[in-house]
Design a protein around this ligand. Sequence first.
Ligand SMILES: CC(C)(COP(=O)(O)OP(=O)(O)OC[C@H]1O[C@@H](n2cnc3c(N)ncnc32)[C@H](O)[C@@H]1OP(=O)(O)O)[C@@H](O)C(=O)NCCC(=O)NCCS
Length: 288
Amino acid sequence: MHPDAVADPSATAGAGAMIGADAHLGEDVRIAPYAVVDARTTVGARSIVGPHAVLHHDVTLGNGVLVGAHAVIHPGTIVGDDTVVGDHAVIGKPPRLRAGSAAASSDPLDPLRIGAGATVGAGAVILTGSTIGDGSIVGDQAFVRERTTVGVGSVVGRGSTIDCDVTVGDRVSIQTDVYVTARSVIEDDVFLGPGVHTTNDDRMARPPLDADGRPDHTALIDALAGATIRRGARIGGRAVLVPGVEIGADAFVAAGAVVTKDVAPATRVMGVPAREAGEVPAEDRLRD
Ligand SMILES: CC(C)(COP(=O)(O)OP(=O)(O)OC[C@H]1O[C@@H](n2cnc3c(N)ncnc32)[C@H](O)[C@@H]1OP(=O)(O)O)[C@@H](O)C(=O)NCCC(=O)NCCS
């Protein structure tokens, strides 16, 4: 323990644990053997940090947080009360982008914020600059990229990927192995079945040519268009949404459909390409 660390007398740290300068351990905190709590990091009362976990500098854990074995929490990350961070999860990770990446931005990224009562599954990876709302679950091995917001009480299923610059609302259910592409908007109470894939680039990374016949990378990036899925819409397993489509509120997309056009609110579509197949019955629509 660094001489400038501050620990409540009831806090304990196992063999080989390292507590950095100006770190703060609250009441009844337990730091397992070989865990690292780096400089200026705060661990709230009753929190448990598992063996070999690494809490980098300037992390804030609320009260009653459980951090699993080998989890890594990157600098500046803020974790709310009673949240669970699973074994081998990596949270607050900075992105590493190739030169010219469409995800690049000159604005610095805010720290990752995870709300209270949330769950981060084993092996999940969440990048910095994002927010996960109270009570939401990011499942085992799921991946959430930078500048993405997940609302309150939502689920990102096992192995699903939410790309950068996505907004996911409240009470959204994203099942296993879903891909939500960059610049998508998923409103409250949406359901995405297993293996749903959204897309955002009709040119598949091949830039158009400018007036001088040179590849125009800016035009390519400007043209990226994610999905917009309005409140209460439901998308069946393995459906594919081509770039820029809007699925109306309470619409229903059948399993395996390829959606090539906007879908009107409360409309059912199915097939490849998806065709209208009636209305969603009134009793199946969301009530306020
Ligand atoms: C759309 C769905 C609900 C079936 O609807 P349904 O009205 O009961 O359809 P029926 O079984 O009566 O079939 C009606 C016709 O549509 C066809 N059909 C049914 N589901 C279809 C689908 N997903 N895609 C294309 N055609 C489909 C049927 O073959 C049938 O065609 P036919 O009249 O030429 O024989 C079902 O296919 C579906 O997509 N469910 C969603 C499941 C899901 O992904 N859940 C996610 C969580 S696990």
